[in-house]
Design a protein around this ligand. Structure first.
Ligand SMILES: [Zn+2]
Ligand SMILES: [Zn+2]
Ligand SMILES: [Zn+2]
Ligand SMILES: [Zn+2]
Ligand SMILES: [Zn+2]
Ligand SMILES: [Zn+2]
Length: 431
């Protein structure tokens, strides 16, 4: 045998465009080749580079010789072939399910979740796609969104509850007051534009009541408009106070000093942990000084407490929190705030003591003046409350039924006393 050691490989391309069941795997491809090869080796590539094999019902398969002149002839059972390429008819992968029912194949760029036909999510073409306001999601005409009431929906709700996943009919939608292209369902609208708690108030209740306690940190949340909100100015005159609804504002007067301090602490913990307050100012959120707390207690409950008493309220609250079996975030940040508060409390107590001494000197002078004027009833009843050296104001406590007598007509008596004592005199405000 003078057969060469190896035949040169014959390169071919398979044309499967006329074959109805193109092979899906390598095995199927090899199986198809084995059916073609016995007949293929009988042809002469030089007679024509493209050969067609009729496979009856299955269609036909073409074999293209890529380099007929280079093939060693004749071909035979030993000829090695190499498939360099396969031609297949183009397949539109994403086809419109609606168009398919009428027998046509259309490219479908959008998904219709309704057309899933038990397989993947179905598709819908440009012409059959339905879009509603409020979202870019599409559907086919047949699966166009329906409102809960059964009528065709016209828009997706952009509210926080629906997040553009629920569509509603025109009757069940409320349009955004400033932008009619944005719509909400009734629940989402109420959440976005809450009503003020005051009946007949047409303003939006954008402000939530911040009343909370250490034991229940979730705030009351009742909605109030900017006009009707009550600010409890616990952080002084220049910082935004705690927002309160009418019910909680009314309740302050009958709340014990311990519970008022609990509310102030809980509110401050919420601010210290809230992002809004952290970014709003670089200063660390702090508890109000006890000099402010003292006035809060006077104004809300009419309770005049010594600085030492107020300090004791804070210390015992701190002790109670330390004694808790477990510490959550609230308790830890409350203890943190209380620890930082301690220094300022000591300062305030010391300052108060000094003012007390100075203030008592003025107070005694005032009592002497009352006695000299023969106003004995007042001299016995009036009590010292506070003295502010900065503004030179002496605060005194006067029994309710004697206030008029103490002040005199158009404050005439007070003015006379002020001249004699040398400071402003004010009756401590209650309630
Ligand atoms: Zn279509
Ligand atoms: Zn559909
Ligand atoms: Zn909604
Ligand atoms: Zn509806
Ligand atoms: Zn209002
Ligand atoms: Zn409230």
């Amino acid at each position: 045998m003078n057969r060469p050691a190896a035949y040169p490989v014959v390169p071919v391309t398979l044309d499967l465009r006329g074959f109805h069941t193109p092979p899906r795997s390598l095995q199927e491809c090899v199986a198809l080749w084995k059916r073609l090869e016995p007949e293929l080796v009988t042809v002469d590539p030089l007679a024509g580079p493209r050969v067609r094999f009729d496979l009856g019902e299955e269609g036909e398969v073409g074999v293209w010789f890529l380099a007929p002149a280079a093939a060693r002839l004749p071909l035979g059972p030993g000829t090695p072939f190499a498939i360099h390429g396969v031609l297949e008819s183009a397949v539109v992968r994403n086809t419109c399910a609606t168009c398919r029912t009428s027998g046509s194949t259309t490219y479908a760029p959008y998904r219709c979740p309704g057309c899933d036909e038990g397989r993947r999510v179905g598709r819908v073409c440009e012409a059959h796609a339905v879009f509603l306001d409020g979202s870019l999601r599409a559907s086919c005409v047949r699966h166009a969104p329906v409102c809960r009431c059964g009528t065709a929906a016209v828009a997706w709700c952009s509210g926080v509850r629906c997040r553009s996943r629920t569509a509603w009919c025109e009757t069940h939608l409320c349009r955004h007051p400033g932008d009619a292209s944005v719509a909400y369902c009734a629940d989402c609208y109420a959440e976005r534009f809450p009503e003020c708690e005051v009946q007949q108030c047409s303003d939006t209740g954008y402000i939530c009541c911040e009343h909370r306690t250490l034991a229940a940190m979730k705030p009351c949340g009742r909605r109030v408009c900017a006009d009707h909100v009550r600010r409890w100015q616990v952080y002084g005159r220049f910082s935004r106070g705690v927002a309160l609804c009418s019910r909680h504002h009314r309740g302050l007067g009958s709340t014990s000093a311990e519970d008022l301090i609990d509310i102030v602490l809980a509110g401050t913990v919420a601010r210290a942990n809230g992002k809004r307050w952290k970014s709003a100012s670089n200063r660390r959120v702090q508890l109000p000084r006890i000099s402010i707390i003292r006035h809060i207690l006077i104004n809300t409950r009419g309770a005049v407490l010594d600085m030492e008493d107020i300090d004791r309220l804070f210390t015992s609250l701190e002790r109670r929190l330390r004694g808790l079996p477990s510490r959550d975030v609230t308790v830890s940040s409350a203890l943190d705030l209380l620890a930082r508060h301690r220094t300022s409390r000591r300062e305030d107590i010391e300052r108060f003591r000094q003012q007390h001494v100075e203030g008592h000197a003025y107070f005694n002078r005032m009592i002497d003046a009352l006695r000299r004027a023969g106003r004995w009833q007042l001299a016995d009843a009036v009590e010292f409350s506070d003295f502010r050296p900065g503004s030179g104001i002496l605060f005194v406590k006067v029994p309710e039924h004697l206030v008029g007598l103490f002040k005199g007509k158009r404050r005439a008596n007070i003015q006379q006393l002020e001249q004699q004592v040398g400071v402003s005199i004010q009756v401590e405000r209650r309630g």
